[in-house]
Design a protein around this ligand. Structure first.
Ligand SMILES: [Zn+2]
Length: 163
């Protein structure tokens, strides 16, 4: 869940009223809420406008970063890249040695990649795609829907993992 004040991603948010507006906030921001203000006694006079302003600016920054990030990362390696590479390689009648040599990597590295035990870097991915005539990337839409090519396998876990 995303805190509506600072934009931080937290496991759970808390509904808090600030100026009669209900916001779902993270623990750190929740203390600016009206509920806490009343119980705090006389020392503090409630949320300082400046502190809230700072957090809102934080959120703005985070949201911008997120957008840039998600656009850049809208294509990502498919989950079953290892199987796809292996199948395409066998299809071409190439041994692991041959194929590894043709794309300039060690055989051991290729077998790790084919076993899904190693994520190849982008440059290597495109080299393999070209060599085998396959596509190892899939498009991801971040709006909740799927692009269709990923088979709807994106879950919340994927988002968290990639943060
Ligand atoms: Zn927050």
């Amino acid at each position: 869940m995303i805190c509506e004040m600072c934009g931080k991603e937290v496991p759970a948010t808390k509904p808090v009223f600030i100026d009669k507006t209900k916001l779902n906030l993270c623990g750190a921001c929740a203390k600016f809420g009206d509920e806490q203000r009343e119980s705090k006694g006389t020392a503090q006079k409630g949320p300082s406008a400046q502190a809230i302003e700072n957090r809102l600016q934080n959120r703005e920054r985070r949201m911008q970063t997120r957008d840039i990030y998600s656009q850049k990362d809208s294509r990502h390696l498919r989950d079953d890249y290892g199987d796809v590479i292996k199948a395409a390689r066998l299809d071409k009648g190439m041994s692991q040695e041959d194929f590894a040599a043709s794309i300039g990597i060690k055989k051991g590295m290729l077998s790790k990649i084919e076993a899904n035990n190693m994520i190849p870097e982008d440059k290597l991915v495109s080299r393999m795609e070209k060599a085998l005539g396959i596509s190892l990337m899939e498009n991801v839409t971040y709006s909740g829907g799927t692009s269709g090519s990923s088979g709807g396998k994106m879950t919340l876990q994927d988002f968290i993992r990639r943060e």
